[in-house]
Design a protein around this ligand. Structure first.
Ligand SMILES: C[S@@+](CC[C@H](N)C(=O)[O-])C[C@H]1O[C@@H](n2cnc3c(N)ncnc32)[C@H](O)[C@@H]1O
Length: 442
């Protein structure tokens, strides 16, 4: 260890910034959200002027001024940092992640600040901003935890139960009253079997499209129920010792019936476990997330929904197809092509056949011939561009272009079996442009 990380309390402390220009401004900005009192000096102050300061930063181009400022700080006994001059500094300024009470500093001991900043960006991505609320909540109950638990070991256990259990979850969700109530029960030695279920959208495939919240919940879960459509690279992000239960549903082949999935989640939450129900795309778009949420709430189980990028948005973005466009589409509709009864979906074809309107059909590979025929019958031009995207945002992606007239035949020719979406409308032709641009760039 080349340098020792330590944290200076800022509440009511004075910080000196010596120098002018953007570097001095940048140092001053570090303290914008802090309770410190910042004093700016345009020229080196005298040692007496620095007495009582907690920290001093020197950011001046002039070497003579720099040395004078360092000298003054040393005489005044104030630790000093000189921008870009580690040899003159008593301490280094780390790359900082500021979450209120929770502060993370990354330092390369002055060797390569850019490396520290890159690392900060990565760490920042895994520490949600809600941690500031969690840390503030921890501070608010600190005195009570100390008072109610005599020894270090039982305090540690109480903190774990509060912060990793339901109270922590509620604080992260911004429900401080709920968090407080659960923490009270832990401190009163009541058993708190307050499990929770998160219905989490895994996006269409590419793990980079997961939300930060989904990532955090996967690395925190006790048990994960997942679907067939969740990409294996996303399953790799689940906490190693979490239990995984495949409840996948292939078309017409319900591995675990819906009611059983709901009952399993309820039973696990009632044991006090952190349950994640991981679903492809977004849980509320053709994902039965609504039914699951209703069942959980009816059973009195705490449940939250984490949105995911739905297949239409992920696949269209990847293909360079804007689903709405000033010139080509003033609206977009997502429909299911699944035929609940008979061999065609029960949809309002007249409404869907409107021009300058994009239609995205989920689960529509099998019923594509009927969908195309009904739209043409209802007045949509047979020449309307159509695009099929199979396994979008995964390495197995396949895109097939055609028109409403050729859609069904193209699906058969290209051997598309799904999962795939159909994009029907003028914007579908723009995929060709995007592909040509990609090819030209390659
Ligand atoms: C039961 S629905 C679930 C939709 C999901 N909740 C969502 O928001 O994307 C399954 C259908 O979503 C579409 N789908 C899901 N992932 C896809 C992908 N990577 N590429 C193309 N279509 C996909 C297909 O139409 C598939 O049949």
């Amino acid at each position: 260890m080349q340098s020792f990380p330590a944290f200076f309390p800022l509440d009511g402390r004075r910080v000196a910034i010596i120098g002018e220009g953007w570097q001095a401004d940048a140092k001053a900005r570090l303290f914008d959200p802090a309770p410190a009192m910042v004093t700016r000096f345009s020229a080196p102050p005298k040692a007496e002027e620095l007495k009582g300061f907690a920290l001093a930063f020197v950011a001046t181009e002039d070497a003579g001024e720099r040395l004078a400022a360092v000298e003054a700080a040393r005489v005044a006994g104030v630790p000093v940092n000189v921008v870009d001059q580690p040899a003159l500094s008593d301490f280094y300024t780390p790359a900082i992640i500021d979450r209120g009470e929770l502060v993370v500093g990354v330092s390369t001991s002055g060797a390569a600040p850019t490396l520290a900043r890159d690392l900060r960006t990565r760490i920042e991505a895994i520490i949600p901003s809600a941690y500031a609320t969690l840390a503030g909540f921890a501070r608010s109950i600190r005195a009570r935890v100390l008072a109610s638990r005599g020894d270090f070991e039982s305090r540690r256990r109480a903190w774990e139960e509060i912060l990793r259990g339901g109270a922590g979850e509620r604080a992260l969700a911004g429900d401080l009253d709920g968090a407080q109530a659960l923490a009270d029960r832990v401190l009163a030695n009541e058993t708190v079997a307050a499990g929770v279920v998160h219905l989490v959208g895994a996006g269409p495939g590419d793990p980079d499209l997961l939300t930060l919240r989904a990532l955090r919940l996967l690395s925190d879960a006790d048990i994960v129920f997942h679907d067939r459509l969740v990409d294996p690279r996303i399953l790799d992000m689940i906490r190693r010792d979490a239990e995984r239960v495949f409840v996948g549903k292939a078309k017409g082949d319900h591995a675990v019936p819906q009611r059983d999935i709901e009952a399993l989640m309820i039973a696990e939450a009632r044991k006090g476990r952190r349950v994640v129900r991981l679903k492809g795309g977004d849980p509320f778009i053709f994902g039965r997330g609504g039914e699951e949420l209703e069942a959980l709430r009816a059973a009195g189980v705490e449940a939250h929904v984490v949105p995911g990028i739905t297949a239409a948005l992920g696949c269209a973005a990847e293909a360079g197809v804007p689903l709405t466009h000033r010139d080509h589409a003033q609206a977009v509709t997502f429909v299911t092509g699944h035929a609940k009864h008979g061999d065609e979906p029960d949809l309002d074809w007249n409404a869907l056949a409107r021009e300058k309107h994009t239609l995205v059909v989920y689960m529509g590979v099998e019923t594509a011939p009927k969908v195309a025929a009904r739209l043409i019958e209802a007045g949509r031009a047979a020449s309307t561009p159509a695009l099929v995207i199979e396994n979008g945002t995964t390495p197995r992606v396949k895109r097939v272009q055609g028109t409403l007239a050729t859609l069904a035949a193209r699906i058969v020719e290209e051997g598309v079996s799904g999962p795939a979406i159909l994009i029907i409308g003028e914007v579908a032709a723009l995929a060709e442009v995007a592909t040509r641009l990609e090819e030209a760039a390659a």
